[in-house]
Design a protein around this ligand. Sequence first.
Ligand code: ZN
Length: 468
Amino acid sequence: MMLKRILFIKKFNINLKDFCLLFVIFFLLQTSNLISQEITANVLVSNKNKTISENIKISGVEAKNDSIFFLLNEILTINYVKFNNKNIKFYIDTTQNEENQKIYYLISEKPIKLSDTLSFNINGKFINFNDSIKNNFETNGNIVSDYGIFRANCSAAWHPLIIKNHNITDVYTKKYNYNLSIKSDKDCYIQIADKKPVKQQTTINNYTGKIMLLIGKYKWNKIDNNIFINIDKNKQTEIQQYTSNIKNYYDSLMGIPINNNFVFIRLKTHDINNWAFFNYPQIVYIDNQRNKWKDDMGLISHEIAHYYFGNIYIPKSNLHWFYSESFTEYLSFKYQIHSKQMQTLKKKYHTLKLVKLFNLFYIYKVNGYSIEFINLKYVNDKYKLTEVQVYNFSPFQLLGIEHEIGEEKMVKFIKTVFSNISNDKDGYITMLKSLKQVGVDEKTIHKIEKKYFFKLKLRKYKFVKKYF
Ligand SMILES: [Zn+2]
């Protein structure tokens, strides 16, 4: 028995890396009409000295009580904060923690009005990863340089992200209005949003969205409004074709057209567990030697599906990662089935089988990953959802729901459930309620729960094989 376990673990170690595609996303701009915060920034980045310094002004912040919170990347140090040109005290909140970011609060004697200005003077030193200093833990929540290309993602909090009502999730879905002036070393290109890169110095005015700074030496090309950075010519044509087919399919299925174009960026790094992340409109591929672009279709169809989940539909729920990542991956599955290119879907189906087998032997953790099937009914905290659950099990559960109720009702269900989960603490119950709302009868709802949500029953997913 023991020997068997060891053999299984060994086999799994090899397979897990291939089967568990981890697509990391960061939340996109929200399309609501909320008054956006105005961010005016002067940023100086030296790739040579590995330093960043920022002068940032933020207005459009409203705080009725006298303290406000903000997130800032941990590599950055605040020299001072001013409230309408007067120094104001700020503190690090040691009771809360966010990955790669610190939470600060500042205390103002007066309430903060929309017209008031908060000014920040900030600097920091970043790491330049390369073959001798390896970036083994890639995250879009970092400000780093990898092989000479610096990047600072909005979600990495390269500028202060003001938290309202103590709700950190809101920070990542918020849109900002930017006026930026960026400077860098002589030989560097600067890419801001979907604009053409400029050498050494660039400005952007009145840009609403999210901004990832990209600074360094790289190849740049534009085809039909899609931008390709550090991607070779043949691959560009391929991605261009995928993108247009995927957009067309999603348009007709979801009834909501994707009018936007994308920036495809290839970043070289060492971490073997990450594949891609999306910081609208940038889709970033992690080139870690292992990916070798072999799952392009699954990867692009996943990231483009985030146009809906995380952008049009905001996953405000205790089942946050289910509503953002599992729905996104479900849509990617749909495209793969439609286009009859099911490489990723097939791999994940095999993972499902493998995990079931492991669970039969009471093995719930492999290589540090939790592979235990989770009943969503009992998840009260978004961090309880594991990556394997979110990317490998739950997209199949959603295929299962569709299998029972049909595609038309499924699309209605998606629209309904996302309009119901606003700040939801009981995302599972809301899912059941939403099914009822679109006309699924009690008996079918109970059947769905029993077949797909209470336990991992492989035989219930036999219908998936028919697609192969
Ligand atoms: Zn994703």
